[in-house]
Design a protein around this ligand. Structure first.
Ligand code: ADP
Ligand code: MG
Length: 337
C-alpha cells in the first residue's frame, strides 16, 4: 500500500473497528477522531470474515473485498457478547500479522465477569465477595459466606445491567438459582454493596492512563447504575486509590483500552467489572471529555511504531477500499468492510 501524505503526521493510516453494527455513536466518533488526524477508519464486520488455514500463513478472506491486507490496526469493538468465533477471528488476525487492540489474550481473560474477577483477585485487587454457582449446596455455602441478604445475582456474560438481580431474601435467591442457575451460562451470587447506594464509577483507561471517568447514579428505586438502564452520569474527580485500582486492573488484564467499573464499599473501592470495548457516549456527554481522540491516538501511535504488518496474499489491495469511504475520497456511501 503506498503511503499517503497527511497534513498532521508522517503517514496516513488505515484503521478498522471490528464490530457488527455500522451505525453507532462510537464508530462515528472514532471516524471523526481518525479523520481529524489524517487517517481513515472503517467498520470491519466479523460476520463477513472467513478464516483461511493451511495454505501458508493464516489469512482472512472478506466476503466482498477479498483477502484482508494493508490495515494498519484493528480496534475490537465487541463487548461481553463476543462469541467464540469472533475470538478465533481476533486470534487469526493477530496470527496474520495485524495489529489488534485489545489483544486476543486480554479479551479472552476479561470478557467473563467471573474469570476477570478471579484474575484480579489473584493479583490482590479487591473485588466483591463472589461465588460462581453450580449447585444448590454451593448456594447454601454462598449464604454462609456472604451473610445476611440481600444478595446480587448476575450472569457471567451480561451487559447494560440486564439480568443483574437483587434478591431480598434467601428464598428469592433460591428461586433465581432454580430459574437460571442450571442454564449453560454461569450465574454469580455476590455480596450486595448497599453503601454504594446505586452509584458506581466508570473509568476509561488507555495504555496505562486514565482518559476519562464518571460517576453513574441509578434512578430512585433502582440499584443498577448503568446508563443503558436509568443511570445518569456526572463528572467525578477520582481518588488516588480509585485511580490506582483502575490502572492496575487494566494492566493485570493486559487491556490497552479498558472500561473499569468500580463500586465504593465500606472498605474502599472494589473492581466490579472490566469492559474490553467500553462505550463512551454517556461518558463524553456527561463530562465533555474527548474519549475517542486518545484511543485513536494510541492505536495510531502503536501502528506507526511497529513494522509494517506482514502482508497476506495480495489478491486485492485493501487500499482500494479508501474509495468506499465517504471521507476517504471516493464519496461512495458504502461504509462497511
Ligand atoms: P453489567 O455488566 O450488566 O453492567 P454489572 O455487574 O456492572 O453488570 O452490574 C450492573 C450495575 O448493578 C452496576 O453498575 C451497579 O450499579 C449494580 N451492582 C452490580 N453488582 C452490585 C453489587 N454487588 N452491589 C451493589 N450494586 C451492584
Ligand atoms: Mg457494568
Amino acid at each position: 500500500m503506498p503511503a499517503r501524505e497527511s497534513p498532521n503526521g508522517p503517514r496516513s493510516l488505515f484503521l478498522a473497528c471490528l464490530q457488527r453494527s455500522v451505525e453507532n455513536y462510537s464508530l462515528r466518533r472514532f471516524q471523526e477522531a481518525a479523520f481529524a488526524r489524517g487517517h481513515t477508519l472503517m467498520q470491519l464486520n466479523p460476520l463477513n470474515c472467513n478464516l483461511v488455514l493451511g495454505a501458508g500463513p493464516p489469512q482472512v478472506f472478506h466476503e466482498r473485498k477479498g483477502y484482508l491486507q494493508g490495515l494498519d490496526a484493528i480496534l475490537v469493538r465487541r463487548g461481553s457478547g463476543i462469541t467464540e468465533e469472533e475470538l478465533a477471528l481476533i486470534d487469526h488476525l493477530e496470527g496474520a500479522g495485524f495489529l489488534v487492540i485489545n489483544s486476543h489474550a486480554s479479551i479472552a481473560r476479561s470478557r467473563d465477569k467471573f474469570l476477570a474477577s478471579r484474575l484480579l483477585a489473584s493479583h490482590g485487587i479487591p473485588v466483591p465477595k463472589t461465588v460462581l454457582l453450580k449447585t444448590r449446596a454451593g448456594l447454601e455455602e454462598a449464604f454462609r459466606l456472604l451473610g445476611r441478604p440481600p444478595y446480587i445475582l448476575k450472569p457471567t456474560r451480561g451487559t447494560h445491567g440486564v439480568g443483574v438481580m437483587l434478591a431480598e431474601s434467601r428464598q428469592s435467591a433460591e428461586s433465581i438459582f432454580d430459574a437460571f442457575g442450571g442454564a449453560g451460562e454461569g450465574l454469580l451470587i455476590q455480596e450486595f454493596i448497599r453503601e454504594s447506594r446505586g452509584i458506581d464509577l466508570r473509568v476509561v483507561v488507555v495504555n496505562g492512563r486514565v482518559v476519562g471517568a464518571m460517576r453513574r447514579k441509578a434512578a430512585r428505586g433502582e440499584f443498577r447504575a448503568n446508563i443503558h438502564r436509568t443511570g445518569v452520569g456526572e463528572p467525578v474527580k477520582l481518588s488516588q486509590r480509585a485511580r490506582d485500582l483502575a490502572l492496575r486492573a487494566a494492566q493485570v488484564a493486559g487491556l490497552e483500552v479498558a472500561g473499569v467499573d468500580l463500586i465504593e464499599s465500606r472498605s474502599g473501592p472494589l473492581v466490579m467489572e472490566l469492559n474490553t470495548s467500553p462505550g463512551f457516549e454517556g461518558l463524553e456527554r456527561a463530562t465533555a471529555v474527548d474519549i475517542a481522540g486518545p484511543i485513536i491516538e494510541y492505536v495510531a501511535a502503536k501502528a506507526l511504531s511497529r513494522e509494517r504488518p506482514r502482508e497476506a496474499r495480495p489478491v486485492r489491495p485493501f487500499a482500494e477500499l479508501a474509495g468506499d469511504w465517504p471521507w476517504g475520497g471516493g464519496g461512495g456511501d458504502e461504509r462497511e468492510v
